[in-house]
Design a protein around this ligand. Structure first.
Ligand SMILES: [Zn+2]
Length: 129
């Protein structure tokens, strides 16, 4: 199984980690800076040796940005679609544990303590407490 999102260093074949220090090899592409140590430093444009120091960067600079872990939009609509009792429970949890409402909501969803609401449009929201 090869994950196309994980790139291996072409020299040591280790998968890159976001905080690995990397450098670009003119033939191999991105490699660990440490793996390129001792190689002549060449200008990536011209291929000529520069004799200078190689440009290094953390691998996180070139990796694909990871998808956001938590969907932080849209949850309020789902929350508002819950029954007042369920909203109350989640608010109570947030207060009790001192966490943001969104965290309490996601936790409640993970734990399945709130029932799925198949038709969130059927409730009328009063707007008041
Ligand atoms: Zn390497």
């Amino acid at each position: 199984m090869t994950n196309p999102d994980i790139h291996n260093c072409p020299i040591c074949a280790e998968p890159f980690k976001p905080d690995d220090i990397c450098a670009s090899d003119i033939t191999e592409g991105t490699c660990h800076a440490a793996c390129l140590e001792g190689s002549p430093v060449v200008d990536l444009e011209t291929g000529e040796e520069t004799g200078g120091t190689v440009d290094t960067y953390p691998y996180s600079d070139v990796m694909e940005p990871p998808p956001p872990e938590t969907n932080t939009t849209g949850w309020e609509d789902e929350f508002n679609a819950l029954s007042p009792e369920e909203q109350g429970k989640i608010r109570h949890c947030a207060d009790t544990f001192g966490v943001p409402l969104i965290a309490a909501y996601h936790r409640a969803k993970d734990l399945d303590v709130i029932e799925a609401s198949p038709s969130p449009q059927t409730r009328t929201l009063g707007g008041g407490e």
